[in-house]
Design a protein around this ligand. Sequence first.
Ligand SMILES: [Zn+2]
Length: 359
Amino acid sequence: MNTSPVFRPLPSLAGARAEPIPGLRLQKLRRAAQDAREAFVKEGPVAAVATCELVTFPYPAPFAFSGAALSPAPYVMLTHRMQVVQFVDREGTRRTLLFNPSDYERGVLAPFYRALRERYGAFVSDKVMSTRHGSVQSHLAALGLTPADVDYLAFDHLHIQDLRGWLGGDGMPAYFPRARLLVQRSEWEVAAEPHPMQAVWLVPGGVDIPRERVVLLDGDVWLGQGAALLSTPGHTRGNMSLAVATSREVFVTSENGVATESYTPLQSAIPGVRRFAEHMGWEVVLNGNTREDSLDQYSSMVVEKLFAGTSSVDGAFVNFHPSSQLTAHVMAPGLSPTIVLPAPNFGDVRPSPASRRAA
Ligand SMILES: [Zn+2]
């Protein structure tokens, strides 16, 4: 029988989120994010984290920086990454979480990408416009992990996700025999009954998985030493960010922004971005393909920025690592990232004792 995992809340953030006035909520979130970070760092680093590149894919340029970037190129290229995180939970057990293990072969069935494929043809959209770096399966094998080693799957949000191949459903066998999905209740509810403005990014039937494989979360969760899922609504209603402390730094990842410079737009060399931010008086520039909760997205990006802190590589930037990261490409002139931080890797990922006991 599956027992429910016991995660702690992160102190202070929930109280700030309850403030109903958006401007005041942002002020309260600023203080809360700094307090939460301090408590998070004090407990020490995560056991291990590895970053794995999955696929580089086209994404509409006007969305990437909310229309700020001045380029005639219709698409930018984003590289989608997965993090393999190992943390020690409250019971002292080392657990394995896959953050953004995207089954990208199935993700093309989301209406937005299905239409792109129909427009350009499967060959162009899959072979010319996209580059596959490795699958979830091949990355895990390279790290010495089996599917049974994985305790949890989580995604920053459910756009383009089809979970049936991983967790079973619609007659498909589950690739991961033990893993459970950690998802915000609000994200789960939207995925089950999307509004048309939300449905364009969702794979039809993608979340038809057995209910006992799903752990619904309400807000931030502190998974274990050095690992947390922050509730960062905006890009989607139940958006989450992964926060990890290593011995050197804290990093945060999500898709609220597509580049580290989205969080410090005054440092951006992409034509248009700095001027747009100055003109609007914005301290962050949103990944703007969704409009359902833009005020929250801005505030969540401020939380991510403060929680991550400055980069040890270049103190003018913050240690934010986009889950879908802007990537220089010949098809997207003038839209290369100003800086690309080294991908987070720390400690040694190893097979989990829980899976060995179960075997
Ligand atoms: Zn998205």
